[in-house]
Design a protein around this ligand. Structure first.
Ligand SMILES: [Ca+2]
Ligand SMILES: [Ca+2]
Ligand SMILES: [Ca+2]
Length: 242
């Protein structure tokens, strides 16, 4: 056990800088050589799942990006998709994990689009504690704790809503690993536009959390064995936007 404690301490200190910050960011500007491409799936840092997306170099298709290039989350197959990081983000108990992404409405006068932004666990379910969701200039919601395979904020994004910053964050109740994603259920080839996607991990666990870390490792092992039925949790705003 002493060796395990030493290894945990060493790895955590090594991985976690005193003032941890952005661990991943992508502005899409170098994507596809800076050119637009419908139904694009060649992202350097993302996989496309559950549909198609387009890479847009403004002013391609009459669209504005927040900078350079951006992504239409509904490609050209009437089957909006999910953009999920290839990178896996691991964290320790007590660390604050955040996704920030800029998003606008579809900008083309089509119906408002559903927009999800959050995290999906890799392996064991994640303890998404103290969730905080910021909807641009709209409300910030404290969404409480949830343990499960996936958690995210969502809203109907008005088609003419300008770019704003959407943030989903949680405090890890135990060590774990996630990927970050954005997605839409839009199915008319005209979806939300996203840009400037980043993930931050911050906060250093206090020495008193070592025991909790050990417990977390044990809990993960148990969860992997039990294969319990999975649940999803999401949070939204009921506020309508002008
Ligand atoms: Ca960009
Ligand atoms: Ca499209
Ligand atoms: Ca749409």
């Amino acid at each position: 056990m002493k060796k395990i404690l030493t290894a945990l301490a060493a790895s955590t200190i090594f991985i976690t800088p005193a003032h941890a910050g952005v661990v991943f960011s992508d502005d899409f500007d170098a994507e596809n050589g800076g050119a637009s491409q419908l139904n694009y799936a060649g992202f350097a840092n993302f996989d496309v799942e559950d549909g198609t997306v387009d890479i847009i170099k403004e002013p391609g298709f009459g669209l504005s990006c927040n900078t350079g290039s951006c992504v239409d989350l509904d490609g050209s197959t009437n089957d909006g998709g999910m953009l999920i990081t290839q990178q896996i983000f691991s964290f320790s108990a007590g660390q604050l994990v955040s996704l920030s992404v800029d998003a606008s409405g579809n900008q083309r006068g089509f119906a408002d689009d559903n927009f999800d932004f959050g995290f999906r666990s890799i392996g064991a379910d994640v303890m998404f504690n103290d969730r905080v969701v910021t909807f641009g200039s709209g409300p910030t919601i404290n969404a409480g704790d949830f343990t499960g395979p996936e958690s995210f904020g969502f809203l109907d994004l008005a088609q003419d809503r300008p770019f704003e910053q959407f943030v989903f964050s949680f405090t890890a109740g135990a060590a774990g690993s996630v990927k970050a994603f954005v997605r839409t259920s839009s199915a008319d080839s005209v979806g939300p536009i996203v840009d400037n996607f980043s993930v931050s991990i911050g906060g250093v666990p206090e020495p008193t959390t070592w025991a909790f870390l050990i417990f977390g490792f044990g809990a993960i092992g148990g969860a992997m064995r039990s294969k319990n039925a999975r649940k999803r949790s999401s949070v939204s705003t009921k506020v309508s936007y002008s």
